[in-house]
Design a protein around this ligand. Structure first.
Ligand code: PEP
Length: 253
């Protein structure tokens, strides 16, 4: 059976209060057209409050782009999972490639963040993906296997049970390059099969999103792939029309 599709907008460090209110309201107003799928939007932390107010009572979920791996304390500039949960976040993106490569987040830090999110009642969206040189060297599976490693044994496996995975090839993020549906499906299938080795029930139910320059014109073919359960959308999530067309592409024809 097909898993319920999920489309998540990652606004990254874009927007203003006025922009965020307007975009969130447009998405909420259209969301009644998408009853058979799930939608989440992840604004910058400082805009979570105003966006959460717009989403209140709707089916569109609020998500955050990262979370601290620490519960609370003297961690200047960080945001605790409990604070995000209190603002109404249902999802937290962890291990986005920009966090891994620009801010030095290791696989173990990503696992700690995912566990924090889950402990506060939110669903972690665990991002994995290879760089261009990994793909050229033929080490895509090795790199992704290593990124998944902390989640393949206790206690990480318990986090995985309630998580979402996003496969985002780094070379496709914000570049206009997209993995072909077959390239994406191959990696999604590899991820699902790797999980099946340790827990078949998780592999059957976990949603694996594709991310990397998803646009209205390439989304339908990606969503036809059996192991692609939706998308993590960056640039196109900042344009209401494009984001809503991508959401609409998840509906069976
Ligand atoms: C992302 O940042 O998660 C992403 C997929 O970005 P884009 O859609 O712009 O490639």
């Amino acid at each position: 059976m097909r898993r319920r599709m999920l489309v998540v907008g990652n606004w990254k460090m874009h927007g203003s209060i006025a922009f965020a209110v307007d975009l969130a309201k447009t998405v909420v107003d259209a969301s009644c057209n998408f009853a058979s799928m799930d939608i989440a939007i992840c604004p910058p932390h400082v805009l979570l409050g105003v966006v959460g107010t717009q989403l209140g009572g709707s089916e569109v979920a609020l998500g955050a782009q990262t979370v601290s791996e620490f519960a609370e304390g003297a961690y200047t500039g960080e945001t605790a999972a409990s604070m995000l949960a209190e603002l109404g976040c249902k999802f937290v993106i962890v291990g986005h490639s920009e966090r891994r490569h620009l801010f030095g987040e290791t696989n173990d830090i990503v696992a700690a963040k995912a566990a924090m999110a889950l402990a506060a009642g939110m669903t972690p969206i665990i991002c994995v993906g290879e760089r261009l040189e990994d793909r050229k060297n033929g080490t895509t599976r090795t790199v992704i296997g290593e990124q998944l490693r902390p989640f393949m044994e206790p206690p990480g496996i318990d986090t995985l049970r309630q998580a979402v995975i996003a496969y985002e090839p780094v070379w496709a993020i914000g570049t206009g390059e997209t993995a072909t549906p077959k390239e994406a499906q191959d990696v999604h299938n590899f991820i699902r099969s790797s999980i099946a080795v340790v827990d078949k029930s998780i592999s059957d139910t976990i949603r694996i999103l594709y991310g990397g320059s998803v646009k209205p014109d390439n989304a339908p073919d990606l969503f036809r792939m059996t192991d692609i359960d939706g998308s993590l959308v960056g640039g196109a999530s900042l344009k209401a029309d494009d984001f809503l067309l991508i959401c609409g592409s998840t509906q069976p024809n």
